[in-house]
Write a protein that binds this ligand. Structure first.
Ligand code: OMP
Length: 240
């Protein structure tokens, strides 16, 4: 069992999510709940997953003014999740508001989830940035956002595995990198633009790999997950 693999439960309801969890729970212990599922099922689903002894990454990508993000994040932290993310594009003050909420939770409860800044979505490339008026190299923007997240006191970032070495160089080896856009060679990219194989991502130092459709839409999900884990095992010298 590897906690480095996070499987994205991008399905519309609890029934479908629990089918996937049931099929994978012998090999996967970390699941991501995103907007689609959370907007329907809400906090109860989080406690159901936690009661099964699973780890939960709540991916709602908060992006708002500092006050709103801070207050929303407090409610999410109280759901006892293990990981949560906010858009680093919200800026220094917003990231700092998130840090203060985490700090307060640590004092109040003695624990808090890993809080990540989302840098540049893995579905974007240089062309996408240019279309919306960003005149900056994509990797440079990732580096700036990672540095801001680190300086605010947060734990790490969501980025493409392609940028992991740069992020680790700037923010240090302990700064956590969570990388979606992970694809085995034979898997379809779908809407992901900045992709890398699980092996390469781990070799570059990624701490967690997020995989959704290549596993959840497979006809045999457990086998699909095992293929990812096998590829990871060659690099990661822990017990799987
Ligand atoms: O924050 C995320 O989890 C995230 C950030 C990002 O830049 N790219 C990205 O794909 N994700 C999420 O990671 C998952 C990737 O799913 P697949 O493309 O199906 O493997 C989805 O649930 C996305 O919402």
């Amino acid at each position: 069992m590897s906690e480095k693999l996070i499987v994205a439960l991008d399905v519309p309801d609890k029934e479908k999510a629990m089918d996937i969890v049931e099929e994978l729970k012998d090999v996967v212990s970390f699941f991501k709940v995103g907007m689609e599922l959370f907007y329907r099922e809400g906090p109860k689903l989080i406690s159901d997953l936690k009661n099964l002894g699973l780890k939960v990454f709540l991916d709602l990508k908060l992006h708002d003014i500092p006050n709103t993000v801070g207050r929303a994040l407090k409610n999410l932290i109280d759901l006892e999740i293990d990981m949560v993310n906010i858009h680093a594009l919200g800026g220094k003050e917003m990231l700092r508001a998130a840090y203060l909420v985490k700090d307060e939770a640590l004092k109040r409860k003695g624990k808090a989830p890993i809080i990540l800044g989302v840098t540049v979505l893995t579905s974007m490339d240089q062309e996408t940035l240019e279309q919306i008026g960003f005149k900056i190299e994509l990797t440079q923007l990732v580096a700036i956002l990672a540095k801001e997240t680190k300086e605010a006191g947060l734990d790490g970032v969501v980025a493409s595995a392609q940028e992991v070495s740069l992020i680790k160089k700037i923010c240090g080896p302990e700064f956590i990198t969570v990388t979606p856009g992970i694809r085995r060679f034979e898997d379809a990219n779908f809407d992901q633009k900045r992709v890398l194989t699980p092996k390469k991502a781990l070799e570059l130092g990624a701490d967690y790999l997020v995989v959704g459709r290549p596993i959840t839409a497979a006809s045999n999900r457990k086998l699909a997950a095992q293929k990812y884990l096998e590829e990871m095992e060659g690099v990661w010298h822990g017990s799987l």
